[in-house]
Design a protein around this ligand. Structure first.
Ligand code: NAD
Length: 396
């Protein structure tokens, strides 16, 4: 079928298998071009199908020849209905990994559940014995708690006071004022339950108790800090409370892994266009200004550049992993550098509907958004019929 984008707000209801495949191939080529990383050889990625998790899987496989198991939650295709992009990405990744002689299997299901944890452990036992790196890269608006069965919803709200600032509709370029009411009731606790560290800890406990973590195993989860302008709605808001919890969990996990010489890290990554970040008000405007400034300076990175640098310059350097004063890895260093932040802050004051396409990288934002779903990818002919029905190579 011919598959065109069907966009509704910050999601796209369709995805293009060839475009997704090309995105994966481009990321693989990038990692290969940067040379070998002396990293882990058996890797579990939880949240492996898009964004930072997919980049982590690709970097492990094609930078370090690692065997990878990916856990993700995506919609498969059915006749006449394209899959979600993470499904196509995973199929494309497995195809390329198998071609390169690398082990790659994937589990599509709810990572928050006990069943998927058990299934993953059984697969590790059967095929790999143990893993030496676990990447935790879930981004989800909901979580059904495996013990109490209740479904929790996360919200993106400020805490304590109403927040008003500029935002942009990245489809139209319309800059407007957005007002977000503060969290109420159990909003903060619920968001921490969904996006905090409890599930990460549950995964590591389950893996450790099943003896599938190798001696010296490392686990990494991803966090974000960001600039002053987004602080009330991000870092000081409900999602920030969850990130505080995630970051504190790293220390608890490290303690629990002492017996096997293991270690847990949180890496603070750069703001990027992903399905998760497009949904947060104010962030798209910040990202479009940030991209413009960083591209002009030659320091702009996407997910794959970020994760390749995380692995090669932070995680797998000789000697200690460099950490900030709160014990976190910082790969948002270029985003947070003073000159970049000063320039973005000055542009923020000026940004209007009329000037944004000039002072910001609205086009880059929009293209990136379409790219997430396999659209507007160079070298893909969208007028050619494509088979929407794709299966995971490891399942056929
Ligand atoms: P993403 O939406 O691209 O990827 C999320 C992944 O989680 C997908 O593979 C999806 O299939 C999987 N997933 C979601 N719910 C699941 C479930 N119930 N079971 C199994 N898999 C599930 O998100 P992303 O932007 O790459 O975010 C990953 C992490 O990086 C998050 O912790 C996020 O906060 C963090 N981060 C993001 C940014 C950013 O700007 N995007 C910046 C810094 C840190």
């Amino acid at each position: 079928m011919i598959i065109a984008p069907r966009v509704r707000g910050f999601i796209c209801l369709t995805a293009h298998p060839r475009g997704c495949e090309q995105n994966v191939i481009n990321q693989i080529e990038y990692v290969k071009s940067k040379g070998t990383i002396d990293g882990a050889k058996k890797v579990l990625v939880i949240g492996s199908s898009t964004g930072f998790g997919l980049a982590s899987r690709i970097t492990s496989a094609f930078g370090s020849d690692a065997a990878t198991i990916g856990v993700f939650f995506d919609k498969p295709s059915s006749p006449g209905r394209p899959a979600s992009p993470g499904f196509y990405n995973t199929a494309a990744f497995e195809k390329q990994a198998h071609k390169a002689g690398l082990y790659a299997k994937s589990i599509n299901g709810d990572a928050f559940s006990k069943e998927i944890k058990e299934q993953t452990i059984n697969l590790i036992k059967k095929d790999l014995g143990q893993v030496d790196l676990v990447i935790y890269s879930l981004a989800s608006p909901v979580r059904t708690h495996p013990e109490i069965g209740k479904r929790f919803k996360s919200v993106l709200k400020p805490i304590g006071q109403t927040f008003s600032n500029k935002t942009v509709d990245f489809h139209t370029g319309n800059v407007s004022e957005v007002t977000i009411a503060p969290a109420e009731g159990e909003d903060v606790e619920n968001t921490v339950t969904v996006m905090g560290g409890e599930d990460w800890q549950m995964w590591i406990d389950a893996l450790k108790n099943a003896n599938v973590l190798a001696d010296g195993a490392t686990t990494v989860a991803y966090s974000y800090i960001g600039p002053e302008v987004t602080k009330p709605v991000y870092r000081n808001g409900t999602i920030g409370a969850a990130k505080d919890h995630l970051e504190a969990t790293a220390f608890r996990i490290s303690d629990s892994l002492k017996a096997i010489n293991g270690k847990a890290y949180v890496s603070v990554n750069k703001a990027l266009v992903t399905q998760a970040s497009s949904a947060i008000p104010v962030i798209p405007l910040y990202i479009s200004l940030l991209y413009k400034v960083m591209k002009a300076k030659g320091t702009h990175e996407g997910c794959i550049e970020q994760i390749q640098r995380l692995f090669s310059d932070r995680l797998y350097v000789s000697g200690e992993v460099p950490l900030d004063d709160k014990g976190r890895i910082r790969i948002d260093d270029w985003e947070m550098s003073e000159d970049v932040q000063n320039e973005v802050a000055a542009l923020w004051q000026k940004a209007t509907t009329e000037n944004l396409s000039e002072i910001g990288d609205l086009e880059g934002y929009s293209n990136n958004f379409y790219n997430l779903f396999g659209f507007k990818v160079d070298a893909v002919d969208y007028d050619v019929d494509v088979n929407e029905e794709v299966t995971l190579p490891s399942e056929s």
